[in-house]
Design a protein around this ligand. Structure first.
Ligand SMILES: CC(C)(COP(=O)(O)OP(=O)(O)OC[C@H]1O[C@@H](n2cnc3c(N)ncnc32)[C@H](O)[C@@H]1OP(=O)(O)O)[C@@H](O)C(=O)NCCC(=O)NCCS
Length: 213
């Protein structure tokens, strides 16, 4: 009887051990670049205020290249209070993004944290988010069930432009795409930004078609 009572405890302890393992993966060395990172098979439980678990997904090269006052990391729930809307508004119309709407959308992106990866650069000396970008991963049937990365919503606050932050955001997102196993990463941009993306090692291919609702 006593041993029967122990069974749930044993199961819980095994479950805890598995969870702890998945949240403390070591940061991958640079020569591991080509190997996709293995992510938990079930959607991870949100463990913090970060949109995704950064372990092994933030490029060491990118981290090394940033000055002391700038930190690159997953988007955080607290970024709403750090000028998130102001910076994003410099890309396009954001609309009435209340705290409540932001929290709801953030929770959804956190739930799909194997698919969506939103990053931010914060200038910690002023507590402000100065650059943003997202990559999402499309898992396909073609190319031997390959994956394609899609970069979206790139913006650098005009107070921080011309300091290489745009390129750093793109490099960070390209790295995530590669680590997540994508065989290519795509984005759509206006003519005036083609030169910028060329400088980020991307080239023009095919055309983008769209329909608006
Ligand atoms: C486009 C944008 C992200 C660039 O960010 P940034 O931090 O100012 O750019 P960087 O300093 O990283 O520039 C990297 C290189 O690209 C060049 N560059 C930057 N913007 C460029 C542009 N529009 N056209 C051509 N080259 C550009 C820079 O001169 C630099 O070149 P260098 O290495 O020879 O010095 C920024 O201007 C922005 O947020 N614009 C408004 C929103 C937007 O258009 N986003 C893109 C949506 S697709």
């Amino acid at each position: 009887m006593a041993s029967l009572l122990l069974i749930p405890k044993i199961i819980m302890s095994l479950y805890d051990r598995t969870r702890n393992r998945s949240t403390s993966a070591p940061v991958a060395p640079a020569d591991d670049l080509a190997k996709p990172v293995s992510l938990p098979s079930a959607p991870a439980q949100p463990v913090s205020d970060l949109q995704f678990n950064p372990d092994g997904l933030i490029s060491e090269e990118v981290l090394k290249g940033l000055p002391e006052n700038l930190k690159i990391r997953p988007l955080s729930r607290s970024d709403y209070d750090k000028g998130f809307v102001e910076t994003l508004s410099q890309l396009t119309t954001v609309g009435n993004l209340t705290r409540e709407v932001f929290d709801e959308r953030f929770a959804k992106l956190q739930k799909y944290n194997e698919v969506y990866f939103s990053i931010a650069i914060e200038d910690v000396s002023i507590g402000k988010v100065v650059a943003l970008g997202t990559i999402f991963i499309e898992d396909k049937f073609i190319h031997e069930a390959g994956s394609v990365g899609h970069i979206e919503d790139i913006v650098v606050n005009d107070c921080a432009r011309g300091k290489n932050l745009g390129r750093i955001v793109i490099e960070a997102l390209k790295y995530i795409g590669q680590r997540r196993g994508a065989y290519k990463t795509l984005l759509a941009c206006s003519e005036k930004n083609i030169g910028f993306y060329n400088k980020c090692g991307m080239s023009q291919k095919e055309v983008v078609m769209s329909v608006y609702y």
